[in-house]
Design a protein around this ligand. Sequence first.
Ligand SMILES: Nc1ncnc2c1ncn2[C@@H]1O[C@H](COP(=O)(O)OP(=O)(O)OP(=O)(O)O)[C@@H](O)[C@H]1O
Length: 595
Amino acid sequence: MSGTESHTHREEDYRFLHSMLMEKKLHLLFKIHERLKRFEKRSPVPVQEHAVSLASELAEELIYQGWRDEVKELVDLLSKPHFKSLLSVHDAVAQRDFEPSLPPIPDDVLDEDEDSVKIVSLVKTKDPLGATIKKDKSTGAIVVARIMKGGAADKSGLIHEGDELKEVNGVSLEHRKPKEILPLLAHSQGEVTFKIIPASSKEEMSTNKKKLFMRALFDYDPNEDPTIPCKEAAVAFKRGDILQIVSMEDDTWWQACHLGDSKSRAGLIPSPNLHERRVALQRPKALFKPRRVKPPGGQPVFPVIEDVDYGAITGIHVAGSRRSFRLGRKSSWAREAARFRRWSAGVHRSICPPTYIEVIPYHRDPNDRHRLVVLVGPSGVGVNELKRRLLISDPDRYAVTVPHTTREKRRQESEGVDYHFVPVHMFEELILNHRFIEYGCYRGHYYGTSLDSVNREMAEGKVCLLDIHPSKIKHVYTSEFKPYVVFVKPPRVEELRLTRRRAKFVCDDEDTNPVRVFSEEDFEDMIDLAESMYSQYGHLFDKVIVNGDIATAFRELRADLEKIDEAEVHWVPTEWICSSPTKARRSCGHLTGWI
Ligand SMILES: Nc1ncnc2c1ncn2[C@@H]1O[C@H](COP(=O)(O)OP(=O)(O)OP(=O)(O)O)[C@@H](O)[C@H]1O
């Protein structure tokens, strides 16, 4: 009370406070509180757990002690129902009988390499467990999506959001859909046993960087590297290999091992910084020296010409088929300019070369859309021919997009089959809204392949075959399309001569001879262009098919596409699946700039 005086100005307040603090009940409450606190500190354990039987034994004993008043009183006390109930509650608490009885953990439940697995048993009442589950898109695992406050799962404190469910009552949940699992839970009565990988242990794993994978975007051979600190400690790899990164602590040399080889010792690989520095130091080859060229009869211009190799009209399709007029258009002037483009591309690449891209496994659900198949290659190499053969081989499986155009519909053509015929203003609106993957203008008319046309085929459940210039891959390099990029490469010139003897291709309509055979120059251009495409965009290619003998190339392509479609795991860029960048991606932040 002395402490309160300065704060209480009014007499009545003071009196009220005084009477309250002097209240006997309040003092008793404090005493109880202190007792409980002391009691808690002692953490009492029951003296024994069978007070009920002890009391009845005692009562029996007492009977033989003769009926003295004290004995009689004690026997009366012990036989009172309230007292008996009190002892029985004591026993229940002492034996922790209020908790559900759980079955013993089966012996075979833990695999040796699953040391982070947790077995959780809950007693299920009629009420639901109070948790929702979902399938993790990237891993295919069943994970706890939400825990409802106050539900059985929440009260148990044993299941948490993000936990991966491996088994329910001994039934494996692998390859199961959430809707197949719910009945499993609904029908369980009494105890439900879960095998769980706790979310916390998964986080630990990722912070330990045990599960960080990168796809190599360049070839590395330690035997050719004079700067490697120790050749024996290095790991060789090829472009496209998946590496498990185990340490990024050193700025110059990372540590990694090949996918599936994690049990063996990790080795050194060049860090992105090191590889970039090295490439930047390499001087562009003298072979590709830029030259000023003059267009025929025109002003001398600096030869930066948009898409000379591909013509100014990339992306013209006739019902999804390319027209091969591009080679035919080439003049010696255009050829010279193309050479400059190759040189400048080489210089540009040497400034920011591709190094690694973080990837994660994507488990494709059979109900998911097929991946988009992108076919790229130099003009005339046979992309169209391969696409045609795929379509004929299985028209129910494969499809191509219907292009848009602003030109007049011809008599034999149908809307939505040969083209989507649209007015110019609509085409330009689609351009402004970035709805085209590729578009161009030819003889005063627009032609283009839209994202919507690809989506349409994919939504039909078809494997959509898209044939675009590699510079346009970036428009479909997203989780929505998950493109699988096939590069069709010409064989050596001798084989081209042999295989293309009878082949003809469609040239520019303005050409005197719109359908003509390949010339030596065409072969040279095709090989040159393939080389520059590979060096500039090779990091985006998932598969390279050499189109020498057409039947062999077609068989290889079809088998590869079937294999991809059936594959359980697809290693795809992490950013297609996860929205938040990991530490690793932050350290390779320039990766997104590559495409
Ligand atoms: N492996 C091959 N052997 C023989 N001829 C081939 C082979 N591949 C393609 N051809 C033929 O070469 C010509 C050009 O092929 P195609 O039209 O498929 O090329 P493309 O890559 O689609 O070129 P563009 O994009 O310029 O149309 C066609 O006559 C085609 O039948």
